[in-house]
Design a protein around this ligand. Structure first.
Ligand SMILES: Nc1nc2c(ncn2[C@@H]2O[C@H](COP(=O)(O)OP(=O)(O)OP(=O)(O)O)[C@@H](O)[C@H]2O)c(=O)[nH]1
Ligand SMILES: [Mg+2]
Length: 416
């Protein structure tokens, strides 16, 4: 075997040399690019190096499908000169080198695009000071709406002395404050009456986490705050839906009533007169299904709940979320619960929506674990999530405004 190394300014020239010297049956074993110093080391030039050999059998790589039969003997690998340069690039070493090249190109393209985005953004937001631009960009990258990000950073600019803008920790703190101010104060469930249950209904699109959130709320109220909690479901469309809540009710030790008509709902609430809280689960409705929404409205009119929380998933687009708020708003929406923050790539959308519709954020949910993955919708913690896109670092407030001692973790979600 004749093994040789060829160097040239380009891959094509190096291949040409290899072909000339080793003949048409040469096989490429390795390729690399490096910088060669010239002019007493002051200048550098890129050089392509190919290691090739003649008279070498390289098994061809090909996709194998399992047929039960032994694979046939591999045919010899491609050779220089037998066909085009494309064939040369199909050898393992050449395709490896090509992949490295492509990934380097992708890396530099990514930087280029990022620089371009920054430049475009800077042009579109000339009022944002250069030393606050990174913060502005961070908000935008976490899907905080452009105008909101400008407002937040603008407030920061006008409320801070220029010498403080260089103190990153201080700026971050002020940024958190500004963002938290954009969110109406959170309003978790609080019972104000002394007789009869405080009735809370959860409504919202399909699959957003209504039933799971009811279970989290009920478990926290019952097990951590020792409150009497009753559960009602009007989701009779699917047997599985009733089963799901029944399992939670059994584990928590709360009564459950399943109702099929608005009149039954009133009876069910009246039968729970000894409960301090009654939580009503509803079937998921498409915001475009006018009939089901009007049916939901009749249930709520009869039930007259103290609070109606609209449950929305953070994983949906802002457009879908806004359309859901508009449609469910026709039924009744007092507060909003955002679910699945653990799955959201960017949580800026929560800030945009809550600020826009000016409803209070009662809770956020952060996973499937009942009862742990729920928090009061605190503006500051939401702001922390947006700035870090990581779990917030400050202690979690009690789920309901009470002061119950936390009970050991209970996992029932996975069992269903
Ligand atoms: N990752 C994550 N999953 C969640 C969260 N909350 C609920 N889920 C999951 O979302 C799925 C749907 O939850 P459900 O509680 O059944 O949703 P729903 O709104 O009651 O659904 P319908 O009654 O069919 O409208 C389940 O797999 C839950 O475990 C959350 O905060 N994070
Ligand atoms: Mg449900």
């Amino acid at each position: 075997m004749d093994l040789r190394t060829f160097t040239a300014p380009t891959m094509a020239e190096a291949l040409q040399q290899a072909k000339q010297e080793l003949g048409p049956h040469a096989v490429i074993l390795h390729t690399r690019k490096y910088q060669r110093r010239q002019w007493l080391g002051l200048r550098r030039r890129e050089v392509v190096e190919i290691t090739a050999a003649n008279d070498l059998q390289v098994p061809k790589r090909h996709c194998r499908q399992y047929t039960g039969a032994r694979p046939a003997a591999a045919p010899p690998g491609p050779r220089i000169g037998t066909s085009s340069a494309q064939q040369l690039l199909q050898t393992p070493a050449a395709s490896g080198a090509a992949l490295i090249g492509i990934s380097q190109e992708m890396g530099s393209l990514k930087h280029l695009v990022l620089d371009l985005v920054k430049e475009t953004r800077a042009q579109r937001a000339p009022q944002v000071r250069a030393d606050l631009f990174e913060h502005y960009l961070q908000l935008i990258q976490n899907q905080v709406a452009d105008e909101l990000a400008e407002e937040i950073v603008g407030n920061l600019q006008s409320n801070m002395r220029p010498e403080h803008l260089k103190n990153a920790g201080f700026v971050r703190e002020k940024l958190l404050e500004q963002m938290a101010k954009m969110i109406p104060p959170s309003r978790p469930i609080v019972r104000t009456k002394s007789i009869g249950p405080h009735v809370v209904a959860l409504i919202g699109p399909t699959g957003v986490g209504k039933t799971t959130t009811i279970a989290k709320l009920a478990a926290n109220l019952k097990l951590r705050e020792q409150r009497h909690v009753g559960l009602i479901t009007i989701d009779t469309y699917r047997i599985a839906a009733v089963d799901q809540l029944k399992k939670y009710a059994d584990i928590i030790g709360s009564p459950l009533r399943v109702v099929a008509s608005p009149e039954d709902l009133r009876d069910a609430i009246d039968s729970m007169i000894n409960c301090e809280f009654v939580l009503i689960d509803t079937a998921g409705r498409s915001p475009t299904d006018a009939l089901k929404l009007s049916e939901l409205k009749s249930f709520l009119t009869v039930a007259g709940p103290d609070e109606v929380h609209l449950v929305l998933s953070t994983t949906a687009s802002q457009e879908c979320i806004e359309s859901a708020i508009a449609r469910f708003g026709e039924v009744r929406v007092d507060k909003i619960i955002f679910t699945k923050l653990d799955e959201a790539v960017h949580v800026g959308v929560v800030l945009n929506v809550i600020h826009k519709v000016n409803k209070s954020l009662s809770y956020i949910t952060t996973g499937q674990d009942v009862p742990d993955d729920i928090e009061i919708g605190c503006g500051r913690r939401l702001a922390q999530r947006i700035l870090s896109q990581q779990p917030a670092t400050e202690p979690t407030p009690a789920v309901v405004s009470g002061t119950g001692t936390p009970k050991p973790r209970m996992r029932v979600g996975g069992a269903l």
